[in-house]
Each structure stands twice: as C-alpha cells, then as structure tokens.
Design a protein around this ligand. Structure first.
Ligand SMILES: Cc1cc2nc3c(=O)[nH]c(=O)nc-3n(C[C@H](O)[C@H](O)[C@H](O)COP(=O)(O)OP(=O)(O)OC[C@H]3O[C@@H](n4cnc5c(N)ncnc54)[C@H](O)[C@@H]3O)c2cc1C
Length: 435
C-alpha cells in the first residue's frame, strides 16, 4: 500500500476553490485533512475577506448548458458531490442561461461545511515551506504568497511564470437609472436578468475616445503578459475602434422593442439582495479617477456609485506539463499534488474541478496504491490531460470542447455537443462504479 509518510494527514495549502473542494472530498472519503488558509491575517492583492472560496472577481460560474464545455464540467463535478456545486446551487442568483451566485452566501456555505466536518482541521496560517515527505496539495491559487512561491520555485527548479489579470468594477444598484436602462438577457435566454445600458453611436465615440485617453496604472511587464481571457477593456479598445462592439459592448440580441442600439453595456446581478451589479467584461486597470469618469459616461450610470473599483493583479502558475502528471501529482516529488489555477487550469469552475480531480487521485492512491486518471472523454479528464501534456507554448486554459477526443464515428455535426456530453456521463458512471 502507499505508505503515507509524515503525520498520516493530508495537508492542503489554500482554502480557495480548489483547496476547499479537495478537502471536502478527501474528508468524505474518510481521510484526515489539515487545511491551511493564510487569510484574513495575510491577504492577497485581490481577496477582500477571510472567507473560504472567495470569488475574487465576477460572480458567474458561466454556462449552465451541459452541451457547453463548462456546463458539462459542472455536471461532472456534481456526480462526485462537489462542494462548490452544492454551494453554487444554494446561492444562485438569476443570470439568464448562466449560473451566477451571491458570493457571500456561496463562501459561507462552503466555509460552514468545512468547519462542521469532523475530518478537517482548519489552520489559519501562511505556509511558507513545503515538506516533501508529507502528502500535500498545493492549492494556493494564482496569488500564492511570495514565500510559498519562492519555495515552490526552488523545490521544483522552475522559473515561476506569471501574467496579469484584471477585475471588473461593481456598482450600487440603487444608483443605476432604470428609466434609461432595461432588463434583458441576450437573445432572451433565461430570465431577463441583466441590466442593459444602451448607447447610440455618438455616445459610443465619445466614450471610446475617453477610454483611449485615460490614465492606466503602470505595471512592469504588463503589456507582454496580459491573459487574453481577462483582457482589460481599455486594452481591447486600443486594438481598434470597433473591437469593443464585438466584445463586451456587443449589442446583438439585446434589442429593446425591436430597436438595435449601437452598443450596450451589461450589468450582472452580484448579490442575492440585488443591491450590487458588476459591469460585464469591464475588467480594467485604469486609475480609479479615470474609471469613475468613463463609467459615468455610460447612459444610465451617470450617477453610478462604484462600490468596488477594477484592479489588476499578478497571476501565477507552474509550468504544469513539466511538473505534473495526469493525476496532478508532481513527477519529481510524488507526495506533492498541485490543484487549482496554480496547476495550469483557468477559471473558477476549472479550479474547483482540478481540486476535485486531485483529491480523487489521492484517494485512489491511498486506497488502491495506484493513481486512476479520469477518462479523457470527460471534461475533468481532458483538462488533466491538457495540463500534463508537453506543450512548448503552454498557457492556462479554460474548459473547452476542443480538449476532448474526437467522437471517432460518423455523426450529424449539430449532434456533436450532445454526444460529447452523453459520452462523458457514460464514462463517469463506469469510472465511479469501479472506484
Ligand atoms: C484578479 C483575478 C481575477 C479573476 N477573475 C476570475 C473570474 O472573474 N472568473 C473566473 O472564472 N476566474 C477568475 N480568476 C481565475 C481563477 O478562477 C480564480 O483565481 C480562482 O479563485 C482560482 O481558484 P484557486 O482555488 O486556484 O485559488 P484561490 O481561490 O485564490 O485560492 C487560493 C487560496 O490560497 C490561499 N493562500 C495563498 N498562499 C497561501 C499560503 N502560503 N498559505 C496558506 N494559504 C495561502 C489564498 O488566500 C486563497 O484563499 C481570476 C483570478 C485573478 C487573480
């Protein structure tokens, strides 16, 4: 049997999305877990609270459609009784065809489940050193503390890669002028959950020019290291006058009484009480004064009270294909597993899913003395394959259907997504039946 050295305890560093998910799964499998969290004593540049699994930016866990990659991923996680999915369903707020949550209720649910679990001991301290003889999951996230990052770099002989991400501002709902704005989800999918701020062509041009002329917060190396998936809107604007119209300000599907606007800014509900809304796709690194100026140029937001300004942050991940195998286990140090964003996945749901996957693998190792990678036809398995397959231009990746193996038989193209989903569910049922 796998010989658990150290203190017969699984150590998990970071009670974020991946760490909380991993702790809960392992504890439910009967293993003793020690979960370390440095907040609130030591905060990261993006977290605002000491809560577990805090959502640092958007409150959306993206599509609910099981025929979409992240929708499929969520369904897979539910088959393993995912804590993050339980919390999401418990704290859901309307968001059309997406799953958005009240971030406070979401974290509170997760934290209470962890605190109540008899197999989990929570230790509120910063871990600065990894003990290679102890079974450990490093789930310290994209904002892992400096001391821990340095230790990882040294022990795994890696140049820590990093890039930059940005957060979108949050607006107080009562300061939004609903005589100008209207409720609607794009293409009327799901409930009319978004507040839309319509813009005519003249207003758009004035708004665009203001963005281009705005002052940004200077960040060294920033321009070379922006992650495409979280591009600040001012950087997008610099790419061309029309770029925003095909991105976060796309008016298509948001017509009102049959009228198409030149551009539309969308606001998404951020809390269950509907007191806060975030500006969809408006992650930014403009200075706060400039943010206020350009946001208040948006029709309906002239008197917007900005509850949280957008900011830009470092984002850290290991060179996963060199460091880990398909079970998120370090190749050089088999007691050490990586999970979450630091392991090379991208996104809230993906981070939680990788925590779950790493935990399943540890449980398999401890019970059967061998790892048992998830089938590659599942989104969880495909993501694990992605982060562990050699790739000279490796970057963290969101769940996407392109990661899945082809179906390998003739089929109608429009049925493909459905078939991917059915194939995944079948494979997982079999996998779960066998473990
Ligand atoms: C600024 C920013 C914005 C983002 N916005 C989005 C978004 O809108 N949508 C999306 O899907 N994804 C977003 N992401 C990406 C990613 O999904 C989140 O960062 C997600 O929280 C990652 O989950 P995680 O579990 O890997 O890390 P986290 O949720 O960050 O959890 C890591 C935990 O480890 C703790 N920790 C760190 N170092 C130590 C230590 N030495 N000792 C003890 N504890 C430690 C931290 O305090 C934290 O609680 C964003 C990332 C960043 C950086």
């Amino acid at each position: 049997m796998y010989n658990m050295s150290g203190d017969d305890m699984i150590h998990i560093i970071g009670a974020g999305l991946a760490g909380s998910e991993a702790a809960y799964y392992l504890a439910n499998q009967g293993f003793q877990v020690k979960l370390y969290e440095m907040r609130p004593d030591k905060m990261t540049p993006a977290h605002q609270t000491g809560n577990f699994a805090e959502l640092v930016c958007s409150n959306s866990l993206r599509s609910n459609d099981p025929h979409n990659a992240v929708g499929m991923l969520k369904k897979e996680m539910m088959m393993f009784d995912s804590l993050v999915m339980q919390a999401a369903l418990h704290s859901e707020v309307p968001a059309g065809s997406s799953l958005a949550v009240d971030r406070h209720l979401f974290s509170t649910y997760i934290e209470s489940k962890i605190h109540q679990h008899p197999m989990i001991e929570v230790v509120r301290e910063e871990v600065k050193t990894i003990h290679l003889n102890e079974l450990t999951v490093i789930a310290a996230g994209p904002l892992a503390s400096d001391a821990l990052s340095k230790d990882i770099q040294e022990k795994f002989h890696i140049d820590h890669l990093h890039f930059f991400d940005a957060i979108a501002p949050i607006i107080e709902a009562s300061s939004i002028d609903m005589n100008v704005c209207y409720l609607k989800s794009r293409y009327d999918k799901g409930e009319a959950a978004y507040i839309n701020c319509p813009m005519d062509e003249e207003t758009y041009h004035a708004f665009y020019n203001a963005i281009i002329q705005s002052k940004k917060v200077e960040i060294k190396d920033f321009e070379n290291n922006v992650f495409e998936g979280c591009m600040p809107f001012e950087v997008m604007a610099e790419r061309g006058k029309e770029t925003l119209l095909f991105g976060p300000m796309k008016p298509v599907g948001l017509e009102k009484d049959g009228k198409r606007f030149h551009a539309v800014v969308q606001l998404r509900q951020d809390d269950a009480a509907k007191t806060m809304y975030n500006i969809v796709g408006f992650q930014t690194h403009l200075t706060w004064d400039e943010q206020k100026k350009v946001i208040q140029m948006i029709p309906g937001l002239e008197k917007a009270n900005i509850l949280r300004y957008g900011v830009m942050h470092r984002n850290t991940y290991i060179e996963s294909p060199k460091i880990i195998n398909q079970s998120f286990q370090s190749k050089a140090h088999p007691n050490i597993f990586f999970a979450g964003q630091i392991s090379g996945v991208e996104g809230y749901v993906e981070s939680a899913a990788s925590g779950l996957n790493a935990a399943i693998q540890i449980s398999q190792l401890l019970k059967n003395n061998k790892l048992n990678p998830l089938p590659k036809v599942t989104m969880m398995g495909a993501m694990a394959a992605y982060v562990s397959t050699p790739n000279p231009s490796f970057v963290p990746m969101n769940a996407n259907l392109g990661l899945l193996p082809e179906l390998g038989f003739k089929h109608k193209k429009k049925m493909r997504k459905e078939m991917y989903y059915e194939r995944s569910m079948e494979a997982l049922k079999q996998y779960i039946g066998e473990i």
